[in-house]
Design a binder for this molecule. Sequence first.
Ligand code: XCC
Ligand code: SF4
Length: 630
Amino acid sequence: MGNFKLTTVEEFEAATNRLLETGAKVGADAWQLRVKNQTPHCKFGEQGVCCRICSMGPCRITPKAPRGICGCDVHGIVARNYLKFTAGGSATHSDHGREICHTLYCSSPDGAYKVKDPEKLMKIAKEWGVETEGKDIYDLAHEVAVLGLEEYGKVFGTQRFLKRAPKHTQEIWEREEIAPRAIDREVSCSLHMTHMGCSSLPEALIRQSLRSGLSDGWGGSMAGTEFSDVLFGTPKPIDTEANLGVMEVENVNIVVHGHDPSLSEMICEYADDPEMIAYAKSKGAKGITVSGVCCTSNEVAMRRGIPMAGNFLQQENVVLTGACEAIVVDVQCIFPALGPLSKCFHTKFITTSPIAQMPDSEFIRFNAETAAENAKAIVKAAIDNFENRKPDLVYIPDMKQKATVGYSLEAIVKTLDGVTNSQVDELGTTKPLIECITSGVIRGAVAMVGCNNPKIRPDSAHIELMKKLIANDVIIVASGCSAQAAAKAGLMDKQAKDLCGAGLKRVCELADIPPVLHMGSCVDISRMMNLVAELAKDSGLNISQLPVVGCAPEWMSEKAVSIGNYVVATGIDTYLGVDPYVSGSDKVAELLTSGIRDWVEAAYTVEKDIDKLGDAMMARIEEKRAALGI
Ligand code: XCC
Ligand code: SF4
């Protein structure tokens, strides 16, 4: 197996510690230090039993005070908090999707944004019943973009993309009254329900949590993914690298961070511009390196092979290298800490969105209409900053791994064609994958998703679980910061096949894939929804019967809870390594981990012991196989 070796969490931590030493020299703060000041956390908050939605409170529930001033009990308070948390996530993902629809609306043949995948646009247009015959592709793009935008406020009916789900799933959503209507309506309705004096019945609040989640996964996020593909191309397998070592000491380093590819795509475009490269050289650099953090990094890695500097809890590290000329952010998961931190170095912290404005940043407003000039100004500002580097503060850990990324649903279907040598003659379907699963060569699949969280040693849960699963012939699809954890460790290197069980290893060799498939950013979990929908349709099974589970072992954001809700509501059991602030109510905990199974054929498992979490997932996969007699 040559000299392939995974990067261990210990090696990773040693590099981080070395960077923190640089930080200490310049008086920089870091999350590792702030965690100390914030722990132990507030018990009421942790259990979800604090309510401050009206000014008679705040009320917190204890054995001596079992009800708030209005009389709400602990179950109502915990469930209300859970729904609010979900709605925050649905709003965030969906608003990202809306921005993408708007970018599509701004596309033009000679503007900054073009239609790179007209085939996908045609497919969606047909799916939505839009006449395509003889239409100019940009007229069609604008028409479809308006329809996409209307999904947010449609007066009647439910989300258009729900039709992609198998019939059985659609029937469940109808029966349980959780088929999401207008996206904005589900978020508004959630905030209405959680207002003082509205719902305090846990069942009603959790049901709306599922519906709000579905408006994200099968609404806003799906729009985000689909229209990003139309604009920037549907990902295909592509080679890249991951971890801090992708930053290059002699180059101008621009780090893109956030979520919306409308910004990062343009930065990449202009960093590649010969005029800009010449300008960088005139300033004494060898060239320009763009790398990424968080989901926007996944977006440009999947489509352009732009290297991934790291995931969520690595964002401060990129500045601590002392070699980051600019960290350019749009929305979501951006530490406000980057402001003061960048002031300790020469780094420019450039915010670009009215939605995410922060102190100690330079605000260069980025608009779809003026994208080209905005992006150029940002790249130029980074280049101009190169000469301000303080050489004695520069240290880039020599640490990176190869990764093959870009496994959209389309790419997975194409790549797995021909893996089986038997009677499967329907290419362009998921049938070859189904055959690998039914024959037992692959036992099942796990969707590994979500963030890092200081409550868990960063990346360790992602990596340990993945290693365990692939060794047991379970194939992994990954997204978000989980995908980046895998890439940094080396699990997206094709040579990682040697860590797999015999069956999965054979599949990796035949299809020439790594055992952990990078499906994109967190809005791209909608790709996973489309994948399971196709698997169910092609196999004639219900989604809940497939030996497939979801897992977010280190999650932290509201978005992650929204995701969890739509994954479960789609019929996929979901495993969490961090508790979603519901331990204060046995009723709510019971609903989420078991009661909702009666509604949607799936539920949550929360288990903080990562080894046990892995065992539970494998046991579930085997249980589903046994039920199918395979
Ligand atoms: Fe954010 Fe999407 Fe979480 Fe990573 S995984 S920390 S939400 S960047 Ni989405
Ligand atoms: Fe207290 Fe009820 Fe007001 Fe919440 S809504 S703060 S429980 S009085």
